[in-house]
Design a protein around this ligand. Sequence first.
Ligand code: ZN
Length: 114
Amino acid sequence: MPTAAPPAEDGYLPSAGLRRAVNRIHSTCVAPTCSIPSSSCQPDHVIPYPTGRTELGNLLPLCARHHLLKTHRGHSYTHDHERGTVTWTTATGHTYIRDPGGITTHRSPRASPT
Ligand SMILES: [Zn+2]
């Protein structure tokens, strides 16, 4: 039986309860093909705090390596909360779409004709 989403929180760091809610939805790091358990990941604000709120729809688990790639190495991602997909773009322009089941699809840069 589904439960109501926990409320948005005021601080930067999510409470243990909110982290558990995030980890119930995402069992692993959401980066392409990564299988690090979300319990060992860091909660990442999809839209950086404080523009993005500390709430269920704006938090995803990233392992330390992928958190570093996103924060300091030019990788980025977007999250479609309704579909549960995460679209990850590397610094070289490769795009990876990870579906809620963990299946990753790769798109090369400039794969479509211009
Ligand atoms: Zn990872």
